[in-house]
Design a protein. Structure first.
Length: 404
């Protein structure tokens, strides 16, 4: 998962608190070069037609009448609930919160089969900054997320920023990973109860958290060392092991469906860009995660590539990229090489609408993709969902260019 982020697209500033996600098997890659933008309009019939090889029944889930902005949503293991971050519209005469709150909602269908949310409730402390929610698969009513617990006090929090200054992620040091029992969510939201802290002491940003299915291993990113490092905590023993500690900001990690790999993104080249990586997980004889090996780089270009997420088949990822332009982030997919890194990773563009499309994720079946998009009326950042089109044959891949 990605950090508390303030991302600006052209003159329109948005705040995301992201990453950390369907492509057919394409033909051999053509000559290297940048992807050319596909002409789009705000007419839904245009982007729905352009996306029909990947997505269908694109549906908006959150709306500006309830949320000023909403984003970074994840499915529960059952697919019947989602957790997401959002800034609510304030009551009349009141001022909106400066930071994202965390929400949980039921996701179902109306009489026409259209996806809708219900029973939306806040699960984070009042006025706190929150990011990177996740359902603990081992406990039905438990969620984890990054939270400052109270309003951040830092006015000069460190962050990652592109050289243009139009793209910035802020890392409040008060951010730590917390756990909430949904039965107690009302008390948390009212401020009468404090969430349990799993990792982090408020001295350095710690967030971007997910767990293994058994709930034992807590994957997260921390700035304790002064840079973004990927760590794993064994919640049974309390021991923490470093997984990725290469200079630069490595973060937004997710376990693969078989829990043998992780994906993440990194700015380690020091060029104001981000690239997508995967590594194998190393376990000791007792089964504890102790490190990673065999790192592979899946993107190597002159763009910002972030928020990677696994498809349930474990063979490909989806991610957001500035490949079409920093005013129009789009979602791409990449197939993991099967013959080693001599094979060029095969990529495809998934979304085709004007405005940012970012933070893609799948449900556990891979039949639905949910993401954050500006394609709706007013261009506010809101949650969208679509059915994933099953592959029917080879398609032309996206060219892969090299970092310059």
């Amino acid at each position: 998962m990605n950090p508390l982020a303030v991302i600006a697209f052209s003159s329109l500033f948005l705040q995301f608190v992201p990453s950390v996600a369907c492509a057919q098997a394409p033909a051999p890659a053509p000559a290297e070069g940048p992807v050319k933008a596909t002409p789009t309009t705000e007419d839904p019939s245009v982007w729905s037609e352009s996306e029909r090889g990947h997505l269908t029944r694109q549906t908006q889930l959150t709306f500006p009448d309830r949320f000023i902005k909403a984003g970074e949503a994840y499915f529960s293991p059952s697919g019947k609930e989602i957790i997401f971050q959002a800034v609510e519209q304030p009551a009349e005469g009141a001022t909106a919160d400066d930071f994202y709150a965390m929400f949980v909602a039921a996701i179902g269908s109306d009489a026409s089969g259209k996806s809708i949310l219900s029973n939306i409730r806040r699960v984070s402390p009042p006025h706190s900054a929150n990011t990177c929610g996740w359902f603990d698969a081992s406990r039905t009513n438990t969620v984890i997320f990054g939270s400052t617990l109270v309003a951040p006090q830092s006015t000069d929090a460190p962050g990652y920023q592109r050289a243009t200054g139009r793209y910035k992620w802020q890392f409040p040091p008060e951010m730590r990973v917390v756990e909430v029992d949904l039965i107690e969510a009302g008390s948390i939201a009212s401020g009468t109860m404090t969430p349990k802290v799993l990792v982090g002491d408020g001295s350095a940003y710690t967030a971007e958290c997910t767990t293994t299915r058994d709930g034992r291993n807590l994957l997260h990113c921390t700035l304790v060392s002064g840079q973004g490092d990927i760590m794993v905590m064994d919640l049974k023993s309390g021991l923490t092991a470093p997984l990725v500690q290469i200079p630069g900001y490595d973060g937004g990690p997710f376990f693969s469906p078989d829990e043998k790999q992780i994906c993440y993104r990194s700015d380690r080249n020091g060029d104001s860009l981000l690239q997508v990586y995967v590594s194998d997980i190393v376990r000791n004889d007792a089964g504890a995660i102790v490190g990673t090996s065999n790192e592979r780089q899946l993107t190597a270009n002159e763009y910002v590539n972030w928020a990677p997420y696994w498809h349930p088949n474990g063979k490909k990822l989806v991610y957001a990229s500035s490949e079409v332009g920093h005013s129009n982030y789009e979602i791409f997919s990449v197939v993991l090489p099967t013959t080693g890194m001599t094979e060029v990773p095969r990529r495809e563009r998934v979304t085709q609408a004007e405005g940012a499309d970012v933070l893609p994720v799948f449900d556990t079946t891979g039949r639905r993709m949910m993401w954050t998009s500006q394609r709706g009326a007013g261009r506010s950042s809101q949650l969208w969902i679509a059915d994933v089109v099953a592959p029917t044959g080879p398609v032309a891949p996206v060219a892969q260019s090299t970092v310059k």
